[in-house]
Ligand binder design. Structure first.
Ligand SMILES: [Fe+2]
Length: 579
């Protein structure tokens, strides 16, 4: 990494947050709600305005002695809301081990967040909030374990687009016995009411609010509030602690450090101001522990005893250089492969940014757990396809002719791949040799940064498991260094509701593409590009297992689990080989 001089300083110093108190979230820190410590007398003298709990409760970012608990109090009228909170070891709150009180106002959209401290490790707790005589639903959470841990399980999810369908996947996770929920981003989507994946929203009663694309603080708050009225999402939050990172749609599509595909400064204002309000609403509504200084730093570590170091990353905002596209390297229906590859692997291109990159390497070096797990947004592995396939299947122009050309290119490529190397024609070999990354928004578009991390992980003998969301589809791959050595595995979660490749290709074509993708992409072991679901990842000292669970539909709250599509892949700690 040698681009320090060409980069602006850290974003918190760079972005000017106009009209907002930059530290407005800081009062949320501390063991008392909003940092207040009102006495009982105050509550008697001034009970504040009445409120109800319409958005459930949530918890997250548990450590071995603390956890963030969250709610929103919807006020009966504008004003100061006084809230009590309680944490107990039992659901009936006979054994309350921590409690406190404080206030919330419109300054933080009537959300309330407490960092409850002094808890015991590896312990389940129940929590609730009370305004006057109204109690919130009871939530259940769990602190991180210490010492020897035999096993732990995470639910891994991403891409929960409210207008696209019902949150049946959240319901399934709510009813599961996982220890943690990792939401890897696209918790909300920014589009207008008639935007992406909203075709059946009216029929579902899930038209986006507000109706416009979200730009202002009020817009982002309204969108979060709508999502959090969903009973399945409330149930999921109430059942398990969440560990969240943002991806692009918490801000806007294809965000990078200084802009986004779906942000036009001429008509939508200053990008930094949009980031500022998007992040403010995100911190208000999600159960993440706010950082004490730079709120754009969300990379952080959670240790599950001697078993798992979970390293949550930001591949989206703090360090990412702008995405490349093949357009500048394409002419006359051909891609200049050498030039495209050189650009992709340019050592100056960054995905994590200098500071996060150094932090991640240091955490990998110093980890003493069995597994080192990256919880992050975009695919890490090498997902290369022959250029002819990419040229045919241009997502911006997927008519029948393009699809037919794409299918022909896939069939020709599979035939070439299945031909023994010494029997291939020169044309077949050239077709396979033209393989290039198909998704330049993923780590594949930042080859140098990816290889730097993978090489480092191998050099410190990490047992590396990367978890990803973003694509709306399920994947399992070997991770290899530039020499081809296996240095880890990747498991990626399908979306909760956002359409997968079947949305672009059609359901029939998508199902037909799954086997060819596994054939053509060298490191790919498994994929499902058609179904919505979640991924359970279970760690033991011997092995890590990913289990994918798919729901039959999202167009109704009546659904079944598709046992015929379920799948499971295990990697042993000894050889990191997937099977
Ligand atoms: Fe998404």
């Amino acid at each position: 990494m040698s681009d320090q001089d060409s980069k602006p300083p850290l974003i918190e110093r760079r972005r000017v947050i106009k009209g907002l108190a930059a530290g407005s979230l800081l009062p949320l820190l501390g063991g008392n709600l909003l940092g207040c410590s009102d006495s009982d007398d105050t509550f008697i003298d001034d009970p504040g305005v009445a409120a109800s709990f319409q958005h459930g409760v949530a918890s997250g970012d548990a450590l071995d002695n603390s956890v963030i608990i969250w709610t929103r109090a919807t006020p009966a009228q504008p004003g100061l809301v006084r809230i009590r909170w309680e944490v107990a070891t039992d659901e009936s709150f006979e054994d309350v081990v921590a409690s406190g009180d404080g206030t919330t106002t419109d300054e933080v959209d009537y959300t309330a967040k407490v960092d409850v401290t002094g808890l015991a490790a590896g312990t389940a707790y129940f929590y609730r909030f009370i305004v006057q005589d109204v109690s919130s639903p009871v939530g259940r959470t769990r602190t991180l374990p210490t010492g020897a841990v035999a096993a732990t399980s995470f639910a891994v999810i991403s891409c929960s687009n409210y207008p696209a369908g019902f949150f049946n996947v959240y319901r399934e996770i709510a009813n599961s016995d996982v220890d943690a929920v990792l939401h890897l981003g696209d918790y909300i989507y920014e589009y207008a009411v008639d935007g992406y994946a909203s075709d059946r929203a009216e029929e579902f009663g899930r038209l986006s609010q507000p109706e416009t694309e979200i730009l202002s603080l009020s817009d982002y708050r309204t969108r979060y509030a709508q999502y959090r009225t969903d009973p399945d999402l409330q149930a999921c939050h109430g059942a398990h602690p969440f560990y969240v990172v943002w991806d692009d749609h918490e801000i806007t599509n294809d965000t990078w450090r200084e802009g986004a595909e779906n942000h036009q400064p001429d008509t939508e204002g200053d990008f930094d101001e949009r980031v500022a309000v998007a992040l403010q609403a995100w911190y208000e509504w999600l159960p993440i522990r706010p950082p004490s200084t730079n709120r754009e730093v969300i990379y952080r570590q959670f240790q599950f005893g001697d078993l798992v170091d979970l390293l949550m990353l930001d591949t989206r905002l703090i360090g990412r250089d702008q995405q490349l596209s093949y357009a500048p390297f394409t002419s006359g229906g051909m891609i200049d492969l050498d030039a495209a590859r050189a650009a992709i692997n340019d050592s100056n291109r960054q995905l994590l940014g200098e500071e996060q990159n150094a932090w991640l390497k240091d955490r990998l070096t110093n980890s003493s757990t069995t597994w080192q797990v990256l919880g992050q947004q975009v695919l890490v592995g090498r997902y290369n396809l022959p250029a002819q396939i990419l040229l045919a299947l241009d997502p911006s122009n997927l008519g029948d002719d393009a699809l037919a050309a794409g299918v022909a290119a896939v069939l020709a490529s599979v035939a070439a791949k299945n031909t023994p190397e010494d029997q291939r024609t020169p044309e077949q070999q050239a077709l396979l040799d033209s393989a290039i990354p198909y998704n330049l928004d993923a780590w594949d578009g930042y080859g140098f940064n990816r290889d730097d991390i993978l090489t480092h992980a191998a050099s410190v003998d990490a047992r590396l498991v990367t978890l990803a969301g973003d694509t709306h589809n399920a994947w399992a791959s070997q991770l290899r260094d530039t020499q081809g050595n296996v240095v880890g595995v990747e498991f990626a979660a399908p979306s909760v509701t956002s359409p997968g490749l079947e949305g672009a290709l059609g359901a029939d074509a998508a199902a037909l593409f799954e086997a060819p993708l596994v054939t053509l992409i060298d490191d790919l072991i498994y994929t499902n590009i058609s179904d919505r679901g979640w991924m359970r990842v279970t760690f033991t000292s011997d092995a890590t297992t990913a289990d994918w669970h798919y729901v039959s539909n999202i167009d109704s709250t009546t659904y079944t689990l598709m046992e015929n599509r379920a799948n499971s892949m295990t990697v042993s700690a000894d050889d990191l080989l997937l099977g």
